[in-house]
Design a protein around this ligand. Structure first.
Ligand SMILES: [Zn+2]
Length: 299
């Protein structure tokens, strides 16, 4: 029986259509996500946004029919700190298109890579990115495009998008919230891979955005290979060093709700999403006692 005092369960899904989807097209992928017992699909418009309004309407109807929530991964080539006017214009257009078409397709959240420092001072890059995002947010608001823009935490120290930066953008701009990529945060420095460190990430989120920040989490999760320069590639969960059970326990303890999209490489893409979902649900069922013990320990 659902208990209203408990947080809503986190919805798990994949970034991009499951490999096992029997037909091409996003509506088929949505139907397949439901068949697999997953609850979320992050549509990967990562090269470009080329989708008709009619297709968007079909995607929205399929999501409604199958009770699958949607997010959009916007094109990779977005950079809020683009270095020429032409590149900046193209970057703006990609983010705007992802948001407009995503909204038509029924997605609530638009995920994007915020950009590069280009070896400029982080404070200066932050101010530029903030101004740019304010401008884009205003355009979307004027058009009635009701989506949340979510800059993603990036996996390389040379990339703009630390945890603090995406939280600060979310504080400074209404309609912006972070996408927390736990694998990227781990790969950025090699740290952030224990229960205490995962809890500290959630404490930082809560301090910056309140309990609401934890109740509306959007996260990416997968195993990851990395070097001193950060992220190399995504790995299957059980070929990587990420202590995902500790992370899931922290999410249970902090009463996190929202969606987690999995980026594991094929053929582990769906398998890892199901493993994470099953592990999480087991921890929710058994987590209450551990929760009490932990809270007592910490106080
Ligand atoms: Zn991403």
């Amino acid at each position: 029986m659902p208990d209203n005092s408990k947080p809503e369960l986190i919805r798990f899904g994949t970034v991009g259509s499951p490999q096992t989807t029997p037909r091409p097209g996003t509506p088929a992928a949505i139907e397949h996500i439901r068949l697999l017992g997953l609850d979320h699909l992050e549509i990967a418009w990562v090269q470009s946004v080329r989708v008709s309004d009619e297709t968007c309407a079909e995607i929205k109807a399929a999501a409604h029919q199958h009770q699958v929530t949607l997010s959009i991964h916007a094109p990779y080539y977005i950079n809020l700190n683009s270095q020429t006017a032409d590149l900046m214009r193209k970057s703006d257009e990609r983010l705007l298109m992802a948001a407009r078409k995503g909204f038509l397709a029924g997605a609530r959240d638009i995920i994007f890579h915020p950009g590069s420092y280009h070896e400029q001072p982080p404070d200066q890059v932050y101010e530029r990115a903030k101004e740019k995002l304010l401008e884009i947010r205003q355009l979307l608001d004027d058009e009635g495009v009701d989506v949340t823009l979510r800059p993603e935490t990036m996996g390389k120290p040379a990339m703009f998008g630390s945890l603090d930066e995406v939280i600060q953008l979310s504080r400074d701009i209404p309609g912006v919230l972070p996408c927390i990529d736990f694998a990227h945060l781990h790969a950025r420095t090699g740290a952030l891979n224990s229960y205490e460190e995962f809890a500290s990430i959630l404490e930082t989120l809560k301090a910056g955005l309140g309990q609401e920040g934890l109740a509306t989490l959007h996260a990416h999760l997968s195993g990851i290979a990395y070097s001193a320069r950060g992220e190399r590639e995504h790995l299957p969960l059980n070929e990587a060093d990420l202590h995902y059970r500790d992370l899931l326990q922290a999410l249970v303890d902090y009463e996190v709700s929202g969606a987690i999209a999995v980026e594991a490489p094929e053929p582990f893409h769906v398998a890892d999403a199901l493993t994470l979902q099953a592990t999480y649900r087991r921890l929710v069922e058994t987590g209450q006692d551990e929760n009490l013990v932990k809270n007592t320990d910490e106080s």
